[in-house]
Design a protein around this ligand. Structure first.
Ligand SMILES: *[C@@H]1O[C@H](CO)[C@@H](O)[C@H](O)[C@H]1NC(C)=O
Ligand SMILES: *[C@@H]1O[C@H](CO)[C@@H](O)[C@H](O)[C@H]1NC(C)=O
Length: 196
């Protein structure tokens, strides 16, 4: 697929309003209880159980960035970094100013040796929360790793993903998302789309 078309598609996708139903007050309350339970389990290092709690919180309330960001932390602990990245992207779609979601996305990229993507995330996190030293330290570490080992984890989107960024999402992670890419490819091969 030509890069221009792809970019057009992704831009359109990002501007679509997420199909999020407003949860009832009761659902919000239940969701928050699941989150609290998840946080307890994270402290006890029961990551799988914590993850299930965050998923249930998300089922009840899909409009809360914290639930996705916390589930990302659980995925990272279980070394499922791609899923952690997807959840961070969801969190950032809901709240583009959520520094912690950038920080967590950075950690997932670091674990995947995607140092350029990690640097981008830590910079965004620092921009949003300049007082947090952990972002500063992680940024310095990632820059050092990039100098010493290059960017071995960079995927097919690496070259594109370097500087390109749409509304807080980096193209690199989008290109690495198989569901999204399948969707893009099938939409792009639809003759009606090609006349756009
Ligand atoms: C993000 O923060 C900026 C600067 O503080 C603010 O202008 C903007 O409205 C915020 N965006 C959201 C979606 O909260
Ligand atoms: C800095 O960010 C990390 C990661 O998001 C968080 O765990 C920590 O509480 C933050 N520290 C401060 C002082 O806000």
């Amino acid at each position: 697929m030509p890069a221009g078309l792809l970019e057009l598609f992704l831009t359109g996708l990002l501007h679509m309003t997420p199909d999020v139903q407003q949860p009832s007050e009761e659902d919000k309350k239940v969701a928050d209880e699941f989150k609290a339970q998840g946080n307890d389990l994270m402290r006890k290092e029961q990551y799988k159980e914590a993850l299930d709690c965050y998923s249930r919180a998300i089922e009840k309330d899909r409009a809360n960035a914290v639930y996705y960001s916390n589930r990302a932390a659980a995925y990272s602990k279980m070394n499922e970094q791609e899923k952690a990245i997807d959840d961070c992207l969801m969190a950032l779609r809901i709240d583009p100013n959520y520094s912690k979601a950038y920080g967590r996305k950075g950690l997932a990229h670091t674990a995947l040796n995607q140092h350029r993507d990690a640097i981008h995330c830590y910079k965004k996190a620092l921009e949003l929360d300049p007082s947090n030293d952990s972002y500063k330290n992680n940024l310095e570490l990632a820059e050092q790793q990039l100098r010493e080992t290059g960017d071995p984890g960079a995927g097919p989107g690496g070259a594109l993903g370097g500087g390109m960024n749409l509304g807080g999402m980096d193209i690199g992670s989008l290109l690495n998302n198989p569901t999204l890419m399948n969707m893009a490819t099938s939409m792009m091969s639809n003759p009606q789309m090609q006349q756009m």
